[in-house]
Design a protein around this ligand. Sequence first.
Ligand code: NAD
Length: 359
Amino acid sequence: MYQIAVLPGDGIGPEIIAQAVRILKSVGQKYHREFKFNEALVGGAACDATGHPLPGETLELCRNSDAVLLGAVGGPRWDKLPVHLRPEAGGLLSLRKELGLYVNLRPVKVFPALAEASPLKPEVVTGVDLLVVRELTGGLYFGKKYRESLPGGGIRAVDTLEYTTAEIERIARFAFEQAGRRRQKVTSVDKANILESSRHWREVVTAAGREYPEIELEHMYVDNCAMQLVKNPRQFDVLVTENLFGDILSDQASVLAGSLGMLPSASLGGSTGLYEPAHGSAPDLAGRQTANPIAAVLSGAMLLRYSLDLKDEADCIERAVARVLDLGARTADLAEEGKAPVNTIQMSDRIIEQIARES
Ligand code: NAD
């Protein structure tokens, strides 16, 4: 029996996670796997109920589970709270930190049926299948930060960007290992022409690369990478980069897939993996059952693959999603003008139908 902590969170979180859980149950039934889903509060919902966005019992449940499936957190209702009580900083970032998750994986795969849905030309995005490996616990987001008043008036605000050899080595190895299971190429992204931390990053990644002679390693400046991602995204297999660059580039890469509602993610490196859609809580869609559940569903597939080592079950979900898209089902974020979209539940119904139909 696999124990899965389920943290629906805020906004559309509960709607899409309910569907991801249905789909995990259906694939579990097909392959005779028993999943136990244990729900807990996180984010704004937890704040409202307990006064804290990451209650102790939620953290305890996550620590004692085989994997965590999370919807999304945040929304305008909680934006005015002090930082440590906000759903994102006090809830999600704390959870990642507490679980020791130092790597974020974001696969960006363009489903053939959706090549037309991207704002880029179909001939540019068709066949894109890349993986962004982002360092998640270092860099500017976690470095020393402060403000100081200047004698002549005004303020100096400081953030610090630092990386140790050990922090770079472990993420680099992670990227090389992933590339070994894919198309054997790593692109390490930095700004080594300007930043000292990037020069260090490049040296350490190069040294780690010598342990993986079968993997091709290239280095690319982040500004060039931003351009190449829209010009020729098919050139990439695994992109590895530091926290801030990874945050920006992975959102940019998400556009290739047609909608944020298509993109799953995994945060790994600790004892329990955390799986969540790449998008936020979309307060504009909440409560309407119109959100695209596929990012959450594919996050469930990643959970099976990375935390439970259930590759066939993960493949089955991914094939079912591809088939449903081939057959033309589209939620509102992907629907062509004049064509009626399916809602959140109907999209999941169709995925479940395909899972059941597979021999
Ligand atoms: P968002 O990702 O929630 O929404 C951006 C746009 O994408 C919106 O137009 C939304 O309607 C659309 N969208 C997102 N998910 C969709 C889906 N599944 N189907 C269809 N359309 C979808 O980002 P935002 O609007 O910048 O942030 C909203 C809230 O979410 C904020 O409070 C923010 O802090 C929070 N947030 C949370 C996470 C997280 O929990 N990991 C990540 C990003 C933002």
